[in-house]
Design a protein around this ligand. Structure first.
Ligand SMILES: [Zn+2]
Length: 475
């Protein structure tokens, strides 16, 4: 509009006006009569100006309405339940399902969930260390390992000297509040068909026989799926609202043969067939569209081989690392020297040796006092974490001494910024948008998402409060 208004034309500085009156020009219409009496042409000009302005204003308003109505998509909202009396979430973990495995072979069932659900487009980011127990427990508590206490698959409590293993079910090890506990504390039912920590009695969760399976890796995967489906045949007041389902594959194969082997492809196809079995069982019961199915993994996998080994015995010209100091070697090198040894000196001498160029692959390992680790790893605040931590580059391994053991396979546990450590997040259900892609996120966000779907008051955790609102459809 501004360009159409009769703006006074300012003369350039070097253009001297002949008459001061013409210095600022009003409409360039020569007026034969006196300036005080308005001429018909002036009326005409004003009339045209006003009508032009009005018509432009109207057309602009229409254009604005048209544009804004076209650019605003119809908002997808949560679907209401058609058969179930309450929301139900099935949380499925396929151990070691590296992001990208879903493209290794035809996976029609996984892709059905992707097509009609919401997916982390470039995968789910595990927590550090990218190991099975720390990550599974982060998924169900929303806490980093530092805060939920399971800082490794195996570790020693530095105060009591007791050793945590994957068979330790005493509640003292397992901090935080896992989802099954949140569910039963708020008067609802939960069921677990395996999940690290699920056999631990916490709060009102007592791992009851009816709803809690004690770990036995030899139970066929099909049987696990069928047991979960059976929960949907129970009367609604006995039906769990939260169910976990765990498969050891393709992690099992990944360790043996690495991520790029036909065995992995076969394992992925098997996982896909199990998802198909679950979907058709839910469909038969008429509840597939009502149930929220979240398919994820705990971490990825990277190939390892003998050529990528670092031996701690090679450091002896700089420092002698006693085997009793070493809590774990690969991929998290964790060292606890005796109290009379300076921690800072151990770190500096090890790094001096590793960066000297005289140690094979030394540049692929860097030692830290745990408080000096990058803060993004959240791996310092627990007293359970050993004081000295070594970060290995992906695919490298540490051993104390040279040996004749030769093996090539796969490993995980490395820095969670490595793309190879990513896994999948695929969610299908009434509150997940169809065919929606979201950015990669850390698995500590999942606790709040599930608590929100189940309308539970979640316990304090490391996830952000806004994340669930962003990923879920408005209900
Ligand atoms: Zn594993």
């Amino acid at each position: 509009m501004a360009s159409l208004s009769p703006q006074p034309r300012k003369l350039p500085a070097d253009e001297e006006p002949a008459d001061p009156k013409t210095a600022l020009l009003t409409p360039p219409v020569p007026s034969p009569s006196s300036p005080s009496s308005p001429s018909p042409s002036r009326f005409l000009f004003a009339f045209l100006l006003v009508t032009t302005c009005i018509s432009l204003a109207i057309s602009s308003a229409f254009a604005f309405l048209l544009l804004t109505s076209n650019s605003k998509p119809v908002k997808e909202v949560a679907r209401s339940l058609s058969k179930l009396p309450h929301p139900v979430v099935i949380l499925i973990s396929s151990d070691g399902f590296r992001f990208g495995y879903q493209f290794k072979t035809s996976t029609p069932n996984i892709h059905r969930l992707i097509r009609n659900g919401t997916e982390a487009e470039t995968g789910l980011i595990p927590v550090f260390p990218t190991l099975t127990f720390p990550n599974h427990y982060s998924i169900v508590t929303g806490l980093y390992p530092t805060y939920h206490g399971i800082i490794n698959n195996r570790f020693t409590d530095p105060v009591t000297g007791e050793v945590f293993t994957m068979q330790s079910h005493e509640s003292k090890w397992w901090l935080g509040e896992p989802l099954w506990e949140t569910v039963v504390n708020q008067g609802k039912k939960a069921a677990t068909f395996f999940w690290p920590g699920s056999e631990v009695k916490k709060g009102k969760w007592s791992c009851p026989d009816k709803y809690c399976q004690h770990y036995n890796g030899s139970v066929p995967f099909e049987e696990r799926v069928d047991t979960v489906l059976g929960y949907f045949d129970l009367p609604s007041n006995e039906m769990p609202v939260f169910i976990t389902l765990y498969f050891e594959d393709p992690d099992h194969q990944g360790h043996q043969v690495g991520p790029d082997d036909p065995e992995i492809t076969n394992a992925v196809a098997h996982i896909d067939s199990l998802i198909g079995r679950l979907i058709s069982g839910l469909e038969k019961r008429g509840v597939f569209e009502d149930v929220t199915v979240i398919l994820l993994g705990d971490h990825g996998m990277v190939g390892t081989c003998d050529k990528k080994l670092i031996y701690l015995e090679d450091l002896s010209p700089w420092i002698e690392i006693e085997s009793e100091w070493v809590q774990s070697t690969t991929p998290v090198l964790a060292i606890t020297p005796p109290s009379n040894v300076s921690l800072a000196e151990v770190v500096s001498k090890m790094n001096e040796g590793l960066s000297s160029g005289k140690i094979e692959h030394g540049n692929y390992l860097k030692m830290f006092l745990k408080e000096d680790l990058p803060t993004r790893l959240h791996y310092a605040a627990s007293y359970r974490i050993p004081p000295i931590i070594g970060l290995l580059q992906e695919g490298y391994k540490v051993e104390l001494k040279r040996s004749d053991n030769k093996e090539c396979g796969g490993a995980h546990g490395y820095d969670n910024t490595n793309f190879s450590m990513r896994t999948i997040f695929i969610a299908h259900g009434p509150q997940f948008g169809k065919g929606r892609k979201v950015k990669s996120f850390e698995n500590v966000q999942i606790y709040n998402v599930i608590a929100s779907i189940l309308k539970l008051k979640g316990a304090a955790n490391n996830g952000s409060e806004s994340f669930a609102d962003n990923i879920l459809l408005e209900s």
